[in-house]
Design a protein around this ligand. Structure first.
Ligand SMILES: Nc1ncnc2c1ncn2[C@@H]1O[C@H](COP(=O)(O)OP(=O)(O)OP(=O)(O)O)[C@@H](O)[C@H]1O
Length: 255
């Protein structure tokens, strides 16, 4: 499938306040269908809150999210999913008692496919991910890394226009991260959707993303190509640090 760039998921002036905490303040971002867009920043910067807003799990205190001009998530995450926004979670949230194939099939069914087509789509995605040998395994038997990979498969089984991936590489070793980076980079080409990637592993971000947005303390700090952002003095000061920027193979969480 060609990487279609016709749709846009746009967050405008998004503000989220939890009690006295400003988790997000006037954040704007535009995600294009067909691109991989990184969202990075220190712990507590507001990244997961932004994904929650984009996917209808969190109503913004102010501001809006629109997909091709239509409001997203006003009626919650199911509406956002129906409109074409799929996501993963930091804590897998798979149906643990179901098999891997069943988890993807359920997602494909919820996108409106019949049971045979849903199972076929689920199998095709698992083949593409190199996870065919896991089809019959119950999800409560998966390693942490495999749980995260299957979470991506489940988000893709919805046939989303935008897939939002929340720290998919966490808990993976270097070889697994490298394989995941290539897999994520190829999602737009294979599935025609846009990808928003939250990730602390800068090697994965640099290798997979066309553009990167940096949050710090709930505010936008920078946006641009990965190399440009990496060399931005404000970003280095707030998040990367000189030492960490020089050693991109280390996760930023560790730095
Ligand atoms: N449901 C909530 N209630 C109160 N405060 C919250 C809630 N969710 C997030 N926060 C606060 O909002 C801020 C942003 O949190 P968020 O989880 O979005 O950051 P993050 O960049 O995703 O961090 P991490 O990299 O650690 O996952 C933090 O100060 C956090 O404590």
């Amino acid at each position: 499938m060609n990487a279609d760039r016709s749709s846009q998921l746009i967050a405008r002036d998004v503000h989220v306040c939890f009690g006295g905490i400003n988790a997000l303040s006037d954040v704007n971002l535009t995600l294009q269908q067909g691109e991989v867009y990184g969202l990075i920043g220190p712990n507590g910067a507001g990244k997961t809150t932004m994904v929650n807003v984009l996917s209808g799990f969190q109503r913004p205190t102010q501001g809006s999210v629109q997909l091709d001009g239509a409001d997203v998530g006003l009626r919650g995450p199911h509406q956002a999913a129906r409109m074409g926004v799929g996501r993963t979670f930091q804590a897998g949230r798979l149906f643990k008692e179901l098999t891997v194939l069943e988890n993807l099939t359920v997602a494909a069914l919820s996108s409106g496919l019949g049971s045979r087509e849903a199972k076929t789509r689920a199998g095709t995605i698992l083949d593409w991910m190199g996870c065919s040998d896991m089809r019959a395994r119950r999800c409560d038997s998966l390693s942490y890394g495999n749980e995260r990979r299957i979470g991506i498969g489940r988000a893709l089984a919805l046939a989303p226009r935008f897939a939002l991936l929340d720290e998919p590489a966490s808990g993976m070793n270097d070889a697994e991260c490298d394989a995941l980076m290539h897999l994520i980079a190829s999602i737009p080409r294979e599935f025609g959707c846009g990808v928003l990637l939250i990730e602390h592993n800068m090697e994965v971000v640099m290798g997979a993303c066309e553009r990167v947005h940096v949050l710090d303390g709930g505010k936008s700090l920078a946006e641009g190509g990965p190399a440009e952002v990496m060399h931005n003095p404000d970003v280095r000061r707030a998040y990367l640090g000189d030492k960490a920027a020089a050693k991109t193979s280390h996760t930023m969480r560790a730095a």
